[in-house]
Design a binder for this molecule. Structure first.
Ligand SMILES: Nc1nc2c(ncn2[C@@H]2O[C@H](COP(=O)(O)OP(=O)(O)OP(=O)(O)O)[C@@H](O)[C@H]2O)c(=O)[nH]1
Ligand SMILES: [Mg+2]
Length: 323
């Protein structure tokens, strides 16, 4: 409402001054509160590993009646969720998962989210959880009864060797758990032992003893177990350069070479990660200094907008920029 006697111009100027004042006050309050926010950043030049881990999964697997000790559908669902996360971020080079956890390795030079630690851990954990829920019906006939949740942590490693050691450590964990849980559930389900009795037998038992127990009492050769149970799943990104084609012809750049785009594939392996041959053949190139973080798309003239909307799977474009 206009004040009595004030000209419309003066009233408008006063209103705009007070709006400006409000905005300034708002910004000031924001600055004060932001000063309290923790803003830790992941060290520059280091490989970033984000590991997500299911919260209270021992209960989740019970409620959803997972096969024990390994449920094929659950393993498939975890892999599908991890693949979706890996495809969404161009800077994720590989991922490794077993049981209720997955680790994602980001390129050392990534600058997404200004390397803010909390952005990495929270976004990857929530994205993984969303895909886990979205894809659940593709793997299970029964509906979800509990809300799954995954925590996330981000860790920096200064060298490729440390990343490789990290992966070997998680894989060793997988092996150890696989042997233990296979023995435990075989003793309970086939040996008629209670959980407590099985625990007592296996507590502090050596690897050799567990192998022998499985073989001599139950005819199970641990080595014959599926590799995915013993070694988990390694997801490796592979980029492929393909020529762009239209219905009419292959378009050429002014230099005379065909326009091309990068397709991203994510391949699954169940190999010994730390083994020299496998590492050299499949992983070392991903860690080479020459590997570009984000492949720059060569687009057709006028195609820039379309390309920027494409999923990374179709064009290796990362839509996530610094927040
Ligand atoms: N039966 C069955 N259990 C599984 C499978 N995959 C993972 N688990 C269980 O998931 C749990 C994962 O271990 P943890 O992460 O240490 O346990 P957690 O209950 O999730 O506890 P927090 O991570 O500390 O919240 C173990 O109890 C595993 O036995 C599966 O395929 N089948
Ligand atoms: Mg867990």
């Amino acid at each position: 409402m206009r004040e009595a006697g004030a000209s419309p111009e003066a009233a408008a100027a006063r209103a705009s001054q007070s709006e400006g004042g409000d905005r300034r006050r708002h910004r000031l309050i924001g600055d004060v509160h932001k000063a309290y926010e923790e803003s830790s950043r992941l060290l520059p030049g280091c490989w970033i590993v984000v590991r997500v881990d299911g919260r209270a999964f021992h209960r989740f697997v019970e409620v959803h009646n997972f096969a024990r000790p390994h449920d094929r559908a659950a393993i498939g669902l975890m892999e599908a969720a991890a693949k979706a996360v890996t495809e969404e971020f161009a800077d994720i080079m590989l991922a490794y998962g077993q049981s209720d956890e997955y680790s994602f390795v980001f390129h050392k030079d990534t600058d997404i989210y200004n390397r803010r630690t909390s952005k990495f851990s929270t976004l990857i954990a929530s994205l993984f959880t969303s895909h886990f829920v979205l894809k659940w019906p593709s793997f299970f006939d029964t509906p979800l009864k509990l809300a799954p949740s995954f925590d996330g942590r981000a860790v920096c490693y200064p060298s490729v060797e440390m990343v490789r050691d990290y992966l070997a450590w998680r894989q060793l964990d997988c092996h150890t758990n696989c042997l233990f849980t296979t023995c435990y559930w075989t003793l309970v389900d086939r040996g008629g032992k209670t959980g407590k009795e099985a625990d007592k037998i296996l507590n502090k038992a050596s690897k050799g003893f567990k192998n022998e127990l499985l073989f001599s009492e139950f005819g199970i050769n641990y080595n014959d177990l599926p590799p995915v149970f013993k070694r988990g799943t390694l997801l490796l990104k592979r980029r492929e350069q393909v020529e762009l084609r239209t219905k009419e012809a292959t378009p050429y750049t002014p230099a005379g070479t065909p326009y091309s785009r990068t397709l991203t594939h994510v391949d699954a392996f169940h190999e010994d990660v730390a083994q020299g041959d496998f590492w050299l053949k499949h992983c070392s190139a991903l860690f080479s200094d020459q590997t570009k973080r984000i492949e720059k798309l060569e687009t057709m003239p006028g195609d820039e907008q379309a390309a920027s909307k494409e999923s990374p799977q179709g064009g290796a474009v990362c839509e996530h920029g610094p927040a």
